[in-house]
Ligand binder design. Structure first.
Ligand code: SF4
Ligand code: SF4
Length: 285
């Protein structure tokens, strides 16, 4: 492993790019050979960024700082926050997946549903690949969402939450801001999945080119748009935001059986609010 910060950033990006290009896990698993993912964004945040303490206030006391999850993972070799970097990445939905889902009105397109399961399997493997690549290079690393203690919980303020939020890691790493529907609007849009790994290495943080956590959403920035509200088939979105209970109920009770019956695999998904909207594939306005 090279010690220079920009070399380390580039090395990390090369790892992600090569894995996207070569991993057999990067598939829609439909026999076509089509990849689930073709592109990525990456950003870096210092483990000592005070934003991670802020998340304890804004998300919940349960939300880990990078230092907490690192030291829980490596109790014999604890690190100080400033020794750590959070690597965050975005996997944008492909143009074909976005196009298919854009045309749907009350159920997910098959491509979308496949990416939700098989694309997410790849995302898990990408986490593992990054951790093992760093460890092989002598750099301790952990993927918080793959640790045994990671779990979903309920935030007093925000309802469903978890001990480590990929979108909050991405926000910290300069990759985007939150939309009305809770998705993270990135330069590649809101139709995406995200991942993150904490490494014991200092990499230059990516500047956050925004001042407010809702800055890229037209509804919050200008009082305009709200198109994601109209895309939701079950009224889980409103000017008050995202009703996670309604959304989850739809995924479990409606789209899961729909995917099984129509596409023949155990899955679910929706993403209608992430497609057919101005923030689908970029920062709107
Ligand atoms: S569709 Fe409009 S209101 Fe909804 S998140 Fe995107 S920019 Fe914000
Ligand atoms: S993902 Fe949830 S909030 Fe978005 S359109 Fe579907 S049901 Fe509505």
């Amino acid at each position: 492993m090279k010690k220079n910060s920009s070399d380390a950033a580039q090395w990390t990006k090369n790892l992600i790019e090569t894995f996207i290009e070569t991993s057999t896990e990067n598939t829609l698993a439909d026999g076509s050979g089509e990849k689930a993912w073709t592109d990525f964004l990456a950003g870096f945040a210092s483990g000592a960024d005070p934003i991670f303490e802020d998340y304890k206030v804004h998300v919940g006391e349960f939300h880990w700082t990078p230092e907490e999850i690192f030291n829980k993972t490596f109790p014999q070799q604890t690190a100080r926050a400033e020794e750590l970097t959070v690597i965050s990445y975005i996997l944008p939905q492909s143009p074909a997946t976005r196009k298919d889902n854009r045309q749907m009105t009350n159920r997910p397109a098959q491509r979308w549903a496949r990416v939700r399961i098989y694309g997410e399997n790849f995302n898990t493997e990408l986490h593992r690949h990054l951790v093992s690549s760093f460890m092989d290079a002598g750099i301790q690393a952990v993927a918080p969402t793959l640790t045994q203690d990671w779990k979903r919980t309920v935030s007093p303020k925000f309802g469903y939450a978890s001990y480590w939020s990929q979108r909050h890691a991405a926000y910290a790493a300069g990759l985007g801001t939150f939309g009305l529907c809770d998705g993270l609007i990135t330069t590649a849009g809101k139709a995406m999945r995200a991942g993150s790994v904490v490494v014991r290495m200092q990499i230059e943080p990516t500047p956050r080119p925004y001042e407010h956590h809702r800055e890229y959403c037209l509804f919050y920035a200008k009082g305009e748009c709200g198109e994601c509200i109209n895309r939701c088939p079950v009224g889980a979105l409103s000017e008050q935001g995202h009703d996670k209970v309604k959304c989850k109920k739809f995924l479990r009770e409606v789209t899961a059986p729909y995917v099984k019956e129509n596409f023949g695999f155990d899955g679910y998904g929706c993403g209608l609010c992430q497609t057919g909207v101005p923030c689908e594939a970029g920062i709107p306005g």
